[in-house]
Design a protein around this ligand. Structure first.
Ligand code: SAM
Length: 269
């Protein structure tokens, strides 16, 4: 163990079960901090600070930061590493149990940042979007393949349920790719950083979130089938036509706005 090795500073070994791949290449750390570009008064919240690769530069630049970390072994060494850099609030919790609305407390919306644990990245995204009113934006490192699916449009091979469910609720802006060698230990996959801008819940046009989710799930559950067949039991051909959509079309051809129209004309179940 060499001097300067984070393990020597009391952080211990990386835990695979918690998706721990620590960013160490300075150039990528700087690009993420620049992409976030915190301004005075911003309320930054980092998910999964780990050994502080993003935490410490963000704290140095912004002076205050709240972090949510599940691994209790990381809390004390992280607090020690951050000493004197600014006001670091460490919340030891499972991010999926954190109520961002409560955290925002009626104040300015939060800015979320994180090199996310890839094994639970989709649940984290949807959990955050359930609190869209409390969140101004998000900058996340994810598996590159997930970012491609999130940002895909109709006609793309990877356009699917994740693309529609996310794009209906936020703008998805892929920023840049990050190779495995930028992390320790390196993950088996390429990574990418994405910016997400949540839409105000009232502006999504979705009348009933549960119906919207059911329609999208059914439509892509059998993506090679026509909508008429894939949606049987959810929405009949007359309702599909009433939304201005050809019942013989396939889910992969439909724009996000068309899914919203479709869900809004399907009869309640
Ligand atoms: N931000 C650090 C970096 O870039 O080096 C660490 C990123 S690592 C990919 C993911 C981090 O998320 C780890 O610190 C891990 O312990 C933490 N984590 C895993 N599951 C979590 C959960 N459910 N809630 C909060 N943090 C979690």
């Amino acid at each position: 163990m060499s001097a300067g090795d984070p393990a020597a500073a009391g952080f211990g070994r990386a835990k695979k079960s918690l998706g721990q791949h620590f960013l160490h290449e300075r150039a990528y750390i700087e690009r993420i901090v620049q992409a976030v570009d915190p301004k005075p008064g911003d309320r930054l919240v980092e998910i999964g600070p780990g050994r502080g690769a993003l935490t410490l530069p963000l704290l140095r630049r912004h002076g205050a930061l709240t972090v949510i970390e599940f691994d209790r072994d990381l809390v004390a060494p992280l607090a020690a590493a951050a000493e004197g850099l600014g006001e670091l609030t460490i919340v030891r919790a499972d991010v999926l149990a954190v109520d961002f609305g409560e955290m925002a407390g009626g104040g300015p919306p939060l800015r979320l940042v994180g090199n996310l644990p890839y094994n639970i990245s989709s649940p984290i995204l949807f959990h955050a979007l359930d609190h869209a009113g409390a969140i101004r934006d998000m900058h996340f490192m994810l598996q590159k393949e997930v970012v491609e699916r999130m940002a895909a449009g109709p006609g793309s091979k990877v356009y699917g349920r994740l693309s529609v469910m996310l794009q209906a609720r936020c703008e998805v802006l892929p920023l840049f790719d990050v190779p495995p060698g930028a992390f320790r230990p390196p993950p088996k996959v390429d990574s990418a950083v994405v910016r997400l801008l949540p839409r105000a819940p009232a502006s999504t046009g979705i009348a009933d979130q549960a119906m919207f989710a059911a329609v999208v799930r059914a439509a892509f559950g059998q993506r090679r089938k026509t909508l008429r067949n894939a949606l049987s039991g959810v929405c009949d051909a007359d309702a599909i036509a009433a939304a201005g959509i050809d019942p013989a079309a396939r889910a992969e051809q439909l724009e996000v706005a068309a899914f919203v129209r479709l869900a809004n004309v399907c009869p309640p179940r």
